[in-house]
Write a protein that binds this ligand. Structure first.
Ligand SMILES: CCCCCCCCCC(=O)SCCNC(=O)CCNC(=O)[C@H](O)C(C)(C)COP(=O)(O)OP(=O)(O)OC[C@H]1O[C@@H](n2cnc3c(N)ncnc32)[C@H](O)[C@@H]1OP(=O)(O)O
Length: 202
């Protein structure tokens, strides 16, 4: 198992810490190549979809191996305190960025646990640059971590995050989602493109 020293570690044995026997699988050959965008999985997604006036509009680019980068600019719609980003929305951005790593494994997965450390306030108008990577996989469990920096890819660290994703069959979405939205999603260009690239039987 390897880890990117550029992403500070929280240490400790949290549920998001990969066990010693976790592995790092090969990147799926159908995944977007390094430098290529990882497209939104759903146009109505609040974080990465373009069908929300107030959405975060996170843009994600595949990195080397099982890593990616993402960025979005905090708008006036994203405030918690005056002129500052809401912590929950920042966490949502990490949920999506970390979740997007699952495209590199080409297996559908949902967030089981998500931890965020807020280290520096994030003002409205600033751009948050996220770097995320898979740090281990064991069975259906995908362990991930990320860092968010202000203003540029090597700017000051504003947040760090870690998440555990659980791989699920595609029926997780088709059976649990509100039926009218699931029906509409079948016509959603982003959803169709995404499902075509997934290994749908984890
Ligand atoms: C490719 C897709 C990319 C899309 C990007 C989008 C990013 C956004 C992602 C999201 O926001 S997803 C929405 C938020 N998450 C959810 O709604 C998930 C709700 N929870 C569930 O549906 C189920 O609890 C879940 C599928 C996660 C697990 O149920 P299962 O019955 O399939 O699994 P099970 O309970 O047998 O657990 C499997 C393993 O995962 C572990 N596990 C499950 N949930 C956990 C949890 N919450 N925390 C820690 N560990 C957890 C569990 O202990 C076990 O470990 P072991 O294999 O070692 O025994």
């Amino acid at each position: 198992m390897t880890s990117d020293a550029a992403i500070p570690s929280r240490g400790g044995l949290l549920p998001t810490t990969p066990p010693a026997d976790a592995v790092l699988p090969e990147r799926n050959p159908n995944a977007p190549a390094p430098g290529q965008p990882i497209p939104s999985h759903y146009t109505r997604c609040f974080v990465c979809g373009d069908d929300h006036d107030a959405g975060l509009r996170l843009e994600v680019i595949a990195g080397e191996g099982l890593s990616l980068t993402g960025s979005f600019t905090v708008s006036e719609h994203h405030q918690g305190a005056p002129g500052l980003a809401h912590g929950g929305l920042l966490t949502a951005a990490f949920d999506d960025a970390l979740g997007s790593l699952n495209w590199l494994l080409s297996a559908p997965a949902v967030t089981g646990r998500l931890e965020t450390d807020f280290r520096r306030p994030v003002p409205v108008g600033s751009t948050l640059h996220i770097r995320a990577e898979v740090v281990g996989v064991k069975g259906r469990k995908v362990f991930t971590k990320a860092v968010g920096r202000l203003g540029s890819a090597d700017g000051p660290v504003a947040l760090t995050a870690a998440a555990l994703f659980i791989q699920v069959p595609i029926e997780h979405f088709t059976s649990n989602g509100r039926p009218e939205d699931v029906a509409k999603a079948r016509e959603d260009r982003a959803v169709r493109r995404s499902v075509e690239n997934l290994e749908v039987n984890p």
